[in-house]
Write a protein that binds this ligand. Structure first.
Ligand code: AQP
Length: 327
């Protein structure tokens, strides 16, 4: 039996290089060795202000991003959270084993509360419990995520452990498979759809270069001949190391330290590599946008398969808590 994986993304905007490097690229490789469920988690996305008229398009964009990054719907389940209501039902049950003080300490709750001061809603606080339900309803062993998600996975383990302790062993405690954290091109914050500090997967080479050329590097290199330190450069840490091969990385490290290459030359090398890797992804996105019925069909089929697994777990959970009714 293969081990199980669950991971997901919120339909909060077009997917970007951070999503791709931190999560999607990893998912596409893992699907060969694990039974994978990849969710478009739309109920999570309504805990911040959103436009109902844009939601369906965002769900489609998200699924298109998954498919274009290499998720194969024949190997993996691509599902939509709101089409599998067992997730939200399990959330209510898990709420009763989730300590409020732990939820209030979650960094994303603090961040999102600061971002949306006029809308600190219950959904923001309860977000990690819904995420725990998303994961453990499939009895996932692993969750491949960017490292920003670690506190959520820790909480998922605590919730699973507490449920198992109270009602008998039901859920494995899932472990994270970490992808790197990609900062925005200004080197300040995590690349994020909401902040917009992104290179999107569907951007043209011209659009990418316009963003990459002025991006922050090692601030010691004020002039072309100033030597730099790659480890202090956001472009090196977040991008070069992910897109270039070992030889190119060595050449750039040396060239930067000796000032034999400038930041712009370094960015040109990186630009070529990004364009080479992302062009097929972009082309696939454009192709799938012409065929949205096909994409919707994949979402429906995946959600039906997901429901079967989720319902089995929910029935087991309800029996454990004494809700053993046959209607
Ligand atoms: N900058 C990032 N670096 C590494 N991994 C990242 N991920 C997101 N941004 C980065 C990973 O992508 C997966 C899907 O993320 P998400 O869409 O569910 O939500 P998010 O983490 O909240 O992503 P955004 O772009 O920051 O969205 P908004 O702005 O809507 O909150 C996750 O595995 C995540 O770790």
């Amino acid at each position: 039996m293969k081990k199980k994986i669950f991971s997901g993304a919120q339909p909060t905007g077009r997917l970007h290089i951070g999503n791709y490097i931190g999560a999607l690229k990893n998912w596409a490789q893992l699907q060969y060795d694990y039974d994978c469920v990849f969710g478009i988690v739309d109920y999570h996305a309504i805990s911040v202000p959103f436009s109902p008229s844009e939601m369906k398009q965002r769900v489609l964009d998200c699924a298109i991003g998954f498919l274009a990054s290499g998720i194969d719907p024949e190997k993996s389940i691509i599902m939509l959270q709101s089409l599998v209501p067992q997730h939200t039902e399990l959330t209510w049950i898990l709420n009763s084993v989730s300590p409020v003080q732990d939820l209030m300490r979650v960094p994303t709750f603090k961040e999102k509360s600061a971002q949306h001061k006029g809308n600190i809603n219950m959904g923001l606080l309860d977000y990690p419990v819904l995420m725990a339900a998303d994961i453990i309803i499939y009895k996932a062993d692993f969750v491949p995520v960017g490292d920003d998600q670690v506190p959520h996975i820790e909480l998922t383990r605590e919730i699973a452990r507490e449920f198992n302790k109270r009602y008998g062993y039901t859920f494995p405690e899932p472990k994270e498979i970490l992808g790197p954290r990609i900062l925005g091109l200004d080197g300040q914050a995590k690349m994020s759809k909401t902040l917009g500090n992104c290179i999107y997967l569907d951007e043209t080479p011209d659009e990418i270069w316009k963003k990459l050329a002025p991006a922050l590097t090692d601030t010691r290199r004020k002039r072309r001949n100033d030597p730099g330190e790659p480890k202090d450069c956001n472009i090196y840490n977040c991008y070069l190391k992910r897109f270039c091969d070992k030889e190119e990385i060595r050449y750039i490290e040396e060239g930067c330290r000796k000032a034999s290459i400038g930041c712009l030359e370094c960015k040109k090398i990186l630009f070529k590599k990004i364009v080479k890797e992302l062009t097929p992804v972009r082309e696939k996105i454009l192709e799938l946008r012409q065929n949205e019925n096909y994409v919707m069909d994949i979402i429906y089929k995946g959600s039906k398969k997901a429901r079967i697994i989720a319902e089995k777990t929910l029935t087991e959970v309800k029996e454990k808590i004494g809700f053993d009714y046959k209607l």
